[in-house]
Design a protein around this ligand. Sequence first.
Ligand code: 6PG
Length: 249
Amino acid sequence: MPSQVHISKDAPAVAKNFARFFAEQLQGQDYFSVALSGGSTPKILFQLWAEEYRNKIDWSVVHFFWGDERCVPPDDNESNFGVCKTLLLDHIDIPAENIHRVRGEAPPAEEVKRYGLEIIDNTDTVNDLPAFDLIILGMGDDGHTASIFPHQMELLTAKKPTVIAQHPTSGQTRISLSGTLINNARSVAFLVTGVKKQEKLNSILNRDIDAHTYPAAHILPASGELYWFVDEAAMSSYDTALRHQDTKD
Ligand code: 6PG
């Protein structure tokens, strides 16, 4: 399934165009499961949703999950849920039962199972696996995505929907969706901004020979759609013939 690349002038424009895309995806839906990513790029999106989409979206149909979470308490600065709560969840009218956070404070070996069951119980099943309506991902400077890092490529093909991962330098333990589950989603959207992502992003989009060493290159939804929402700083030599220049800057 070819991916669609939406190019915007800068990170705020990426968030704006993705928010418009998200609102379109919600049209006619009475239940929409979406997994959020951590990192800095989504923060702009969370703030935009809170400020401009608070009353434009029926948040009661949205069920938030996380693509990965650090194994820390929810009030820790490192918590992906904690950041989202502060910037978004505390500002929109969304039922508490629609928030499916990873309990970062729990023992990882227990939580990886519990969270996997929560996903199974609250998403559709396709190909005998949970299928999110949408998974939002970022990409690290090393080409990681969710918490699947280059030193743990085996997590891409793990049979389980959720896995325990470690950050390569800090050693921080994390819970992540497996690549197997990510590739079972109906749609996957990467939000990638900044010049530091340029080398890996272009290697992946151009399917360069070394792209296979980057986890993000292995995100190819089996039957779902793959979207890249990127800014000009992250793009360079990407083959312009493949570009889908976003006209809504
Ligand atoms: C995390 C994220 C991680 C993130 C990338 C990109 O928990 O850190 O899920 O995969 O998406 O590191 O982060 P930036 O958007 O900050 O570049």
